[in-house]
Design a protein around this ligand. Structure first.
Ligand SMILES: NC(=O)c1ccc[n+]([C@@H]2O[C@H](COP(=O)([O-])OP(=O)(O)OC[C@H]3O[C@@H](n4cnc5c(N)ncnc54)[C@H](O)[C@@H]3O)[C@@H](O)[C@H]2O)c1
Length: 352
């Protein structure tokens, strides 16, 4: 096969991590780029010397039948439309998280992939960290036993990125769909992808995007400006029950009066596995309570996690390798996200 020709759809923030990852691969060419915002399109295309530029997906797909794949990096509300068009044009698709705006759209995307016999991979980038790889190795070899509880936490103290992220019509929601999605997927993946059966949740919008704040803590991608929309939740908590009896507790926020945190812990019958900061294992050894750390000497920074993710996408296309972040998982996670919003709205448990 010649170089895999990929088109980026969406030339914003995250497209840079994707393009930089593809540029590391000798068998890939970032062949074209598309964004409805012409200025952004040209800025990103200029940075990487991409000459085929489009402000409309349909025109790009019609003009470039030689494309092999598309990488969808647009607002959540447009994931489904862009991905389905690309799949129907016969392209393999990599789609950023969350898979779609809601589960219904996610199902339509998978149907388009199946109908066209093309790969649809979802951008669950945390699956591609070294920690996830190590954790999976311990779990698969039985060191943790049966996992019956997990904590999935992604707390920002002040981290509403502003722009479209606070605009529900484009994002679908706040930290649940933007941040929670990452840790729900990671814990579910490490628990063996069980099916969700019920969700109980509460969400709050007490603090908003707080554009008045003069200082910040931690790494925040982009601060909300005073005139940015904000009709999304700023904190949510949920209990997700799976068909194997296991439960995950989610906590996620853009705004919260407390320290930023990202605890990800799995509790099993033989051991506990903590991925909050490296990989730590809790268990029993020689009849003593024992902990040990697994050293991740080649710890991957986020950029390298993206490189591993994109390399896997290309490997699936070129070598037919089984995809590690399938559309069917994207759908299950979307069902959980929909149920969190519904449960928080109604105050009742949602049965899936
Ligand atoms: N994996 C991660 O850690 C991670 C991090 C950030 C963002 N994301 C995801 O990536 C996606 C984009 O986020 P971002 O931060 O880059 O946003 P962004 O606003 O910086 O970029 C999105 C771009 O998509 C363009 N766009 C919207 N609809 C389009 C359409 N129909 N056709 C062509 N272009 C269109 C917009 O004009 C914008 O330039 C989101 O789904 C987000 O959840 C993932």
């Amino acid at each position: 096969m010649d170089k895999v020709k990929i088109a980026l759809i969406g030339a914003g923030n995250i497209s840079h991590a994707h393009i930089q990852s593809y540029r590391k691969m000798e068998n890939v060419e970032v062949y074209a780029i598309c964004d409805i915002n012409e200025q952004r399109l040209n800025e990103t295309a200029d940075e990487y010397g991409i000459t085929r530029r489009y402000t409309d997906v349909d025109t790009m797909l019609a003009d470039l039948p030689e494309l092999d794949a598309a990488d969808v990096c647009v607002w959540n509300c447009n994931h489904a439309e862009c991905a389905i068009k690309a799949l129907n044009a016969g392209l393999h698709v990599m789609c950023e998280k969350p898979m779609a705006y809601n589960a219904q759209q996610a199902v339509a995307m998978q149907e388009a992939a199946e109908k066209n016999g093309k790969l649809l991979m979802i951008g669950f980038v945390l699956r591609f960290s070294d920690e996830a790889k190590i954790a999976k190795d311990f779990i698969d070899k039985g060191y943790i036993g049966d996992i019956y509880y997990s904590k999935a936490q992604y707390i920002r103290r002040h981290g509403n990125p502003g722009g479209w992220f606070g605009d529900k019509s484009r994002s679908g929601g706040g930290p649940v769909i933007d941040l929670g999605v990452h840790v729900i997927d990671l814990t579910r993946y490490l628990m063996g992808n069980p099916k969700p059966v019920s969700v109980y949740a509460a969400s709050y919008d007490k603090l908003g995007n707080r554009p008045h704040l003069k200082n910040n803590v931690g790494w925040i991608p982009r601060d909300a400006k005073p005139d940015d929309p904000c009709d999304v939740e700023d904190f949510a908590v949920a209990l997700i029950r799976y068909d194997n009896g296991a439960v995950t507790q989610l906590e996620t926020s853009y705004s919260l009066h407390g320290e930023g945190a990202g605890n990800k812990v799995l509790y099993g019958t033989k051991g506990g596995l903590d991925l909050s900061n490296g990989v730590k294992i809790y268990g029993e050894y020689n009849d003593f309570l024992t902990d040990f750390n697994v050293y991740t000497s080649n710890y991957k920074e986020s950029q390298e996690m993206f490189a591993a993710e994109m390399a896997h996408f290309v490997d699936c296309i070129v070598n037919g390798t089984e995809c590690r972040a399938k559309a069917e998982d994207g759908i299950e996670v979307m069902k959980i996200l929909d149920a969190i919003y519904l449960s928080a709205k109604t105050g009742h448990e949602v049965i899936l």
